[in-house]
Design a protein around this ligand. Structure first.
Ligand code: B3K
Ligand code: ZN
Length: 853
């Protein structure tokens, strides 16, 4: 297979032709499915003479121009038509086999239902088209299928006609009044249970709301519906944005490559982000559903009404929409806890991406396979960039910017620059230097040095910034960094709270009239996605934990305190000395456990001390063996030092039916199991008397750090109870993928043969293989390379089956730079093995070739 060439942002050209209307006629008939696409094509560039349409793996049955057969050529999958008039009607009939489509892009079958996934470039697997986001067309769709097997025939917009046909078949016609790019097209045909509701918009229009789920799951669809209504109300209140069609549909399917998809008026969702009841879903699952439903809904304005000019601009819609869903979660839940979750994604995953061969700016410069760029950088760092603008402009300025953006660009396909310009114009804030965040990749290192001059009552902060070269970009520039700072007095009072504009490579900020040295709370709320380098003393960290105004700062200080202790012990191990913990760390945690007013969910976050991935990101090279020993040591010391307090909190919270209480209780249990096996009975009792999945899983997770007879007994019980519920069996798979011990590899291989597992379903692959390689670092990085080989074997099978999923789970294998020489060699050997595959997908080729370059 010849590998495709990279495409560059700098080569963007407006299209020569556009398609204003398209009528799609689907005759759904298994392997003999036929699609007739009738497009109204218009020339935009007078000097253009030929038209190239995108297509992939298509077979043409007929093609006409203005009703007459017309000559065409197919080159590298694209369709070439020449000598065309300025306006014409093109009709193409293609034949598809959705049942054979295991890549789950374009039109495919999910457990007996037809469904589509067209973003980024799946529409070209349905018909030949101008499959690019700057071609906006009005769609009318007719779907025809067997009536008994597929009673629901759905597409975008409003239903305009329906009827019965001969031979037990029926049809439905849909019309979407809003012009849209092809990636937002959707079709679903199947038999579902349907939950119906409605929402009255602030201007008084009634919108029909429908959630379609697999038969027998209606009782699990209510939370998704409630989340949708909450999102619609919130977007009106906070952003003044109202829904525009008369109907909003969500369909949950089992086979889905990602979380969900925002197709206009017809969202398609992974069942994981729809189905929930308290018996089978955890509090985290509930939260995930609420935020993904919200995210897809918010795309209706930020993504659908205003879309991207080209795929390099993906963060225009994704960064902004993640920011919006984060704000939604924070307004309806705990702002501090949501912020902590967002910070963890950046520190654990995005920093790792920045230092990997796949480093890219939130607006990448070059792309081989677009599906590889739905990343934590584009999404989550993209959201941080929007958040920084929000910090610089304030809520009022930011909302003025949003208004300007919507008024200027509604109905258009635009760029990130257009967004920043709207923000700038509406607020008057100069964002010229700030724009670099869009084009510069890598994590800025921000070094802070403090200086207190007692004679002059003056405190000075020297702040310098530097971004190291990344794989694809050598030269770096200073960025405009909003640096949120609090200064605390020795007595713990807040003396100053403000955002510094850090814009130069080196800058000094001077604070006068300070009678004693303050304690700084630096980069509060993680006000910019940078690595902060500051040597906090233990005393300063303890001061911040007690007195910082920001709850996030208290959490950050506890993370730093814990990390410092781990690194200290890594050094001891490497020097052949014994490990040791400063008792002040234990006392600080004890103090927090005894503080009655501290938010329970926040305390739970603090007790979930940094995992191995977070710690690895703090250094250039990680000695994974020493690191994992040192982390376990520190955890055990804290847990045994706080045993009484942990037990007291555990007992006090045991019977409280609230998510925050449950999260603290389960965090305490996890620590207690680190102290002694005696506490196993706590976990067993919790499991046996649990009335909800959060408590069952909390108990199993606490028991999961090492294999034991009890663990095995309860896992067997769990399996018997849930064998018919795939989403719960995913939890069962993940528990086994993330347990310690050398026998793990064989256990996972055996599980791959279990009926609960299937390589063709992405949720199953992520639950077992994805969890193993991303969250069981000690075993994945086993010295003999057995962990790498296991992942490699799965990737090789997925290369042809589902390239998108293969390329997603390869991430830990290309991030080899942090590990020792012998592990690096083994990881590279695995990558070589993949690169040598005879039919290597573009998805894998892009990542592997960059990693080995
Ligand atoms: N826009 C989709 C993601 C599509 C990914 C294509 N490989 C979901 C979302 O971000 O809302
Ligand atoms: Zn999105």
């Amino acid at each position: 297979m010849t590998q495709v060439q990279a495409k560059y942002l700098k080569d963007y050209r407006a299209p020569d032709y556009t398609i204003s209307h398209v009528a799609l006629d689907f005759v759904l008939a298994g392997s003999d499915t036929r699609v007739t696409a009738t497009s109204q094509v218009r020339r935009l560039n007078d000097s253009a003479t030929s038209l190239l349409l995108d297509g992939e793996a298509l077979s043409i049955e007929a093609l006409t121009v203005d009703g007459n057969p017309y000559p065409y050529q197919v080159q590298d999958g694209q369709l070439l038509l020449e000598n065309l008039a300025a306006e014409f009607e093109l009709q193409v009939i293609t034949r598809l086999d959705p049942g054979a489509n295991s890549a789950l892009e374009g039109l495919y079958m999910s457990d007996g239902a037809y469904c589509t996934q067209c973003e980024a470039q799946g529409f070209r697997r349905i018909t030949y088209f101008l499959d690019r986001p700057d071609v906006l067309a009005i769609y009318t769709v007719r779907v025809e299928a067997d009536k008994q097997a597929f009673p629901y025939l759905l597409s975008n917009g409003n239903q305009v006609e329906a009827g019965d046909l001969d031979g037990g078949r029926h049809f439905v016609c849909w019309q979407d009044p809003f012009p849209k790019p092809a990636y937002l097209f959707a079709l679903v045909a199947g038999d579902f249970d349907l939950l119906q509701d409605s929402f009255v918009t602030k201007s008084g229009r009634e919108v029909a709301l429908q959630v379609f789920v697999d038969k027998g799951n209606l009782h699990k669809s209510h939370h998704a519906m409630a989340s949708l209504k909450k999102s619609m109300a919130w977007d009106e209140q906070r952003f003044d944005l109202e829904y525009d069609l008369d109907i909003y549909m969500i369909v949950a399917v089992d086979f889905f490559n990602m979380g969900a998809m925002e197709n206009k008026g017809l969202n398609v969702f992974n069942t994981k982000y729809v189905l929930a009841d308290t018996a089978s879903a955890t509090d985290d699952d509930y939260h995930g559903i609420e935020s993904v439903v919200a995210h897809e809904y918010f795309h209706n304005w930020t993504g659908n009404r205003i879309t991207c000019r080209d795929w390099f601009q993906l963060s225009l819609k994704e960064g902004l929409t993640v920011f919006r869903d984060q704000e939604f979660s924070s307004d309806v839940g705990s702002r501090a806890v949501n912020r902590i979750h967002a910070i963890k994604v950046i520190k654990n995953q995005q920093f790792a991406e920045d230092s990997s061969p796949m480093a890219h700016a939130i607006r990448p410069e070059s792309v081989i396979e677009m599906n590889n760029f739905y990343t934590v950088t584009v999404y989550n760092k993209g959201a941080e960039v929007i958040r920084m603008m929000h910090t610089l402009l304030g809520e009022t300025g930011f909302q003025a910017g949003m208004k300007c953006y919507v008024e200027r660009h509604d109905g258009q396909a635009v760029t990130c620059d257009d967004f920043v310009a709207a923000m700038e114009d509406a607020s008057g804030v100069d964002l010229s230097q700030f724009r670099r965040w869009y084009s510069q990749s890598g994590t800025p290192l921000v070094t802070v040095k403090e200086e207190y001059d007692a004679g002059a009552n003056q405190y000075r902060l020297h702040i310098s910034q530097r971004t190291l070269p990344t794989a694809e970009q050598a030269e770096k520039w200073p960025l405009h960094i909003p640096f949120d700072l609090e200064l605390l007095s020795a007595e713990g009072e807040s003396i100053l709270n403000r955002v510094l504009d850090v814009t130069q490579a080196e800058q000094t900020f001077v604070f006068d009239d300070l009678p004693s040295a303050p304690v700084p709370s630096l980069l509060q709320n993680f006000s910019a996605p940078v690595k902060l380098l500051f040597n906090y003393s233990i005393e300063q960290l303890l001061h911040l934990i007690r007195f910082a105004s920001s709850e996030v700062a208290k959490w950050e200080a506890s993370v730093t305190l814990f990390s410092q202790s781990v690194w200290h012990n890594v050094a001891s191990l490497q020097a052949g000395q014994s490990m040791h913990i400063d008792s002040r760390l234990i006392d600080a945690i004890k103090g927090l456990l005894l503080e009655p007013d501290l938010d329970q969910a926040l305390l739970a976050e603090i007790l979930h001390f940094p995992n191995l991935s977070t710690l690895i990101e703090q250094v250039n090279e990680a000695d994974i063996d020493a690191l994992s020993m040192a982390r376990t040591f520190v955890l055990e010391e804290i847990a045994s030092g706080c045993e009484d307090e942990l037990l007291a909190r555990y007992r006090e919270l045991a019977a409280i039916d609230a998510p925050a209480a449950r999260s603290l209780k389960n965090a305490a249990l996890l620590l207690l199991l680190n102290v002694s096996d005696e506490h196993q009975t706590l976990a067993e009792n919790q499991y046996r008397h649990a009335t909800n999945m959060t408590d069952s899983l909390g108990a199993l997770t606490a028991l999961n750090s090492e294999d034991s007879v009890l663990r095995q007994t309860l896992l067997d019980d769990f399996q018997q109870r849930w064998s018919q519920t795939p989403l719960v069996m995913d939890k069962w798979l993940t528990l086994q993928a993330t347990c310690a011990g050398d026998e793990r590899i064989d256990a996972i291989k055996t599980l791959m043969q279990h009926p609960a597992f299937s390589l063709s379903n992405p949720n199953r692959v992520r639950a077992l293989i994805g969890a193993f390689s991303a969250a069981n670092l000690a075993v994945f990085h086993r010295q003999d390379g057995a962990g790498y080989q296991l992942l490699t074997d799965v990737i090789i099978e997925l290369n042809t089956l589902n390239p998108q999923v293969a390329a997603r789970i390869i991430t830990p294998l290309i991030q080899f730079k942090k590990f020792d020489e012998s592990r690096q060699v083994l990881m590279q050997q695995s990558l070589q093995q993949i690169l040598a595959l005879p039919q290597l997908s573009n998805d894998l080729f892009e990542k592997v070739s960059k990693a080995l370059a």
